[in-house]
Design a protein around this ligand. Structure first.
Ligand code: DX5
Ligand code: ZN
Length: 220
């Protein structure tokens, strides 16, 4: 029988109040988050700047949840060891930032002691990362163009989620498929149906009247 993976919720702290990040992360933990999605942006790979290694190190002290670090930066190979040392449990890097070096950067992350993942933008085909998928603990499909929270879900990426899930199942591997951008109750159901088992959600959780209730709904 095919194993059905339990859905996990990774709230994105991009939507949090940065002036009280520790409290925000503690609140997410109490509300049932499975991991904390940390959006690292450098203002070069994406047109926005967030936070970096020190934020991850400081959050490591306030939560026992896995820190899932989504690096939207150029030359991630220069930083993955530092994020791992800061306490990142999962480090994901973009195909668009690594290109031909993707497999090497994934191995570098594993060598640094963290779980690794490859990310593709909405306009990047699965074929770009197909060879690297067996090296991954997780594959992240962007359902918005990275840079900002609160964007509209691009439903054409669901086809890629299906393709990646089929590829992973075909190889008999145990790899998570994460989706990021524009996830709400409706798109969460579509993403799960397509084969995603980790849902990132920023605005939907942070704008909800009850974060706990919303995390529960996205998981249900
Ligand atoms: C976009 C980020 C996402 C974003 C998700 O660049 O990678 O993690 O914060 O936010 P929502 O859920 O609001 O689209
Ligand atoms: Zn993200």
């Amino acid at each position: 029988m095919k194993k059905v993976k339990k859905v996990k919720i990774a709230p994105s702290i991009l939507s949090a109040d940065f002036s009280k990040m520790g409290e925000e992360v503690r609140s997410l933990e109490e509300c049932g988050a499975d991991m904390i999605h940390c959006d690292v942006m450098d203002g070069v790979f994406v047109p926005n700047i967030t936070f970096g290694i020190k934020m991850v190190a400081d959050l490591r002290k306030v939560t026992s949840l896995p820190l899932d670090c989504h690096l939207m930066i150029v030359h991630p190979e220069n930083f993955v060891e530092k994020f791992a040392a800061a306490g990142a449990d999962i480090i994901t890097v973009h195909y668009e930032a690594c290109k031909d070096n993707l497999a090497d950067v994934l191995k570098q992350i594993k060598g640094a002691g963290a779980r690794c993942g490859a990310v593709i933008n909405p306009d990047t085909p699965v074929s770009a990362i197909a060879n690297a998928i067996p090296l991954c603990d997780m594959v992240l499909v962007m359902s918005v163009f990275p840079g900002f929270g609160g964007q509209k879900f691009i439903s054409s990426v669901l086809e890629k989620v299906r393709e990646i899930r089929a590829l992973i199942d075909g190889l008999g591997l145990d790899i998570d498929v994460q989706i990021d951008g524009g996830i709400n109750e409706e798109t969460a159901a579509l993403a799960r149906e397509a084969g995603a088992n980790i849902l990132v959600s920023g605005n939907t959780i942070f704008k909800a009247e009850s974060r706990a209730e919303m995390i529960g709904k996205l998981k249900a």
